[in-house]
Design a binder for this molecule. Structure first.
Ligand SMILES: N[C@H](CCC[C@H](N)C(=O)O)C(=O)O
Length: 297
């Protein structure tokens, strides 16, 4: 009798998946509400396959009563995180399609996320909850009283290329550098240095943000655990609230990323962040041992 190897014994075999994207941010949704779980090695294997390639994997598990699903979120490097804005829009779009409803609630470690269908068939709005700005909430390894501009710079001490980022936690940690030119540095080189800077004990998502009006920001993002992506929903949220906190913009902005625009409203009153944008289905399928066999490598 041959012993099953890791792939044939995987709880993922046969589970349905949907390959989607949110403004080009590649998302793989795997439905495990009937059981199963994802290991970091399995996530890394699926991230490499053309059929299932992703920046983030959204694993759906049974949620509390009234919740459509509990989401566990994995970056392409296999690290598990607590928020993914584009991925949440994709999951909401898929589950609203399957249930024939116009709104639902999703749950993550970071809390409950109210999702609703937008005016256009591919548009979804997610209430991402309220941001945190305390240095220990980001988290940072040093105390800063004012997290609208912390002491961090890149480049010559007397003429830094990047400096004084705003930081915010919107379910995950973000550092937003304000620039006049989104190409002032090559994020493929400076992104990993900043993502892994000792100031960020849980690493961080790194953005270059250019304010173009009181209601418009353009953004480039180096994502923690995924690298350069075409879009990052939580970075758009972090940039929007940071721009408002520093009086660079109002609280209702369009954030344009390389993959396209997101509308972010930082609501007065409860300080919840409402993120609106598209969710696109590419194809659906089921997980096979072949798709996972890189995990055994
Ligand atoms: N890389 C992020 C998770 C995904 C964020 C992004 N894809 C989004 O749409 O929010 C992190 O490690 O916190």
């Amino acid at each position: 009798m041959t012993m099953p190897d890791a792939t044939t014994a995987s709880s993922l075999i046969g589970r349905p998946f949907a390959k989607m994207n949110g403004l080009g941010n590649e998302i793989l949704v795997v439905d495990l509400r009937d059981g199963g779980s994802v290991t970091p090695a399995e996530a890394r294997a699926l991230a490499q396959r053309p059929e299932t390639r992703f920046d983030q994997l959204m694993a759906l598990h049974p949620g509390l009563d009234g919740v459509a699903a509990f989401m566990r979120i994995y970056n392409a490097d296999g690290s598990e995180v607590s928020a993914c804005g584009n991925g949440t829009r994709c999951v909401a779009w898929l589950l609203m399609r399957d249930a024939g409803v116009c709104d639902l609630v999703l749950e993550t470690d970071a809390g409950l996320l109210l999702c609703s269908a937008g005016a256009e068939p591919d548009q979804v709005t997610v209430d991402m909850g309220a941001p945190s700005f305390g240095w220990a909430d980001i988290p940072l390894s040093e105390a800063f009283d004012d997290t609208r501009a912390i002491e961090l710079q890149l480049g010559p001490i007397d003429a830094p290329l990047l400096h004084s980022p705003s930081v915010a936690n919107v379910g995950n940690p973000h550092a937003i550098f304000w620039v006049d030119d989104l190409d002032v540095v090559d994020l493929r080189r400076s992104g990993p240095l900043l993502e892994n800077h000792p100031l960020f004990p849980e690493r961080a998502n790194i953005s270059l943000a250019k304010v173009t009006s009181k209601s418009a920001i353009t953004l480039k993002v180096w994502e923690r655990g995924a690298g350069l992506t075409l879009a990052c929903g939580t970075a758009a949220c972090a940039a929007a609230v940071s721009a408002a906190r520093t009086r660079r913009t109002g609280r209702d902005v369009v954030v344009t990323l390389p993959g396209g625009p997101l509308r972010i409203v930082w609501r007065e009153g409860d300080d919840h962040i409402l993120m609106s944008g598209p969710a696109t289905l590419e194809h659906e399928g089921r997980i096979t041992a072949e798709l996972l066999d890189a995990a055994a490598a």
